[in-house]
Design a protein around this ligand. Sequence first.
Ligand SMILES: [Ca+2]
Length: 378
Amino acid sequence: MIETRKGNTLPCNRRSSNNVNQMEAAPLPAGRKRSTSATMLVCLIAGVVAGYALAAFVVYQPQVASLQEDLSNTRADLSALQADYDSLRDDYAQLGLEHSSLNVSYWELYSDHSRLLSDYSELSSEHGELEDAHSATTSNYKSLSNEVRELYGVLISYSFVPEAFRRVLNDGEVQMTSDAVSSATGSSQDFWPSVENIYDYIVSNIRYVNDIEMPYLSAYRQVKLEGFDYITGFTVTTYKNYVQTPGLTLEVNQGDCDDQAVLAYAMIKYYMKHIHMTEYILYIARLEFSNGDAHLAVFQPVQEGQLCIIDPAGKYLTSRWGSIASEEALPELRAYSDYWLGSAGGISHIELYDVDVTDGSYALVGEGNIDQVAPIFK
Ligand SMILES: [Ca+2]
């Protein structure tokens, strides 16, 4: 601070410099001097300020430029972020729509899933019931198939020889002839007269009648599944033949050749076992004639290759001098064939069966034409 004094004038000799002297030589009024100093002060301050400003400008100008650049970059970033924001907002809106759509689909699928679960449960229950029904049906089908096979055998046994033997020549059926045998033989122990009396009994008491048409299963079809043969169908055919039991033939007093031959076989076997007390070999002979007809008769083999033919239906009994007899097998078979020559064309084929009358089981002893069968009796 510069101090000024009011009202006094400074002495001249107290200044050594020229400038000061000049000033002293032309002294200015006191107020004018103060104005100059203020101006200078202002100028000085202004200069200082300007200097500072210049210095600040020099110093801070790069920073300002950098800040401006940063500002510009920030604005660009802001603009990019705004664009990103707008895009994300659009995406969000789109995702919102998709979410709503997916939500609707989800509930639809949830509903479908619930319904399918319910359907699955119901179908599982039905499947279980069907499996039970299938198991029962399979069991019934197996039973039915077995019964059809059994029916096939039963119907065959009603119309065909030798399949009929088990049904008509078992012990129960043979026992049914007891009264007839006693009546015919008088319980005599004399074998040959008793056999002849049995023959005569049948000829006298059993009327010859033709059989009726009998149905039978001529064929059946089957498929194998899991090791079992299921019958899928069958063919029904009729055959004019019915092999009666001895009991029925005696009851109705009629029958054709097979019925009368079966009755003769049963009565002679009953006589052997229960009256004569010796059971000899006895054959049932199934004959085929040249005209295609078939016939049944009883053949009694005798020692030394002889044969006695007992055929009540054919009215043929091996005889000599009007009484039952046995003859050498081959000539007797030829004579028997000649007996049929006029009506059936003679015998073309013979099957000999030995039947066990306890259960009707049988064995085919031999078969062939007359010349082939005759040696069996040797
Ligand atoms: Ca018959």
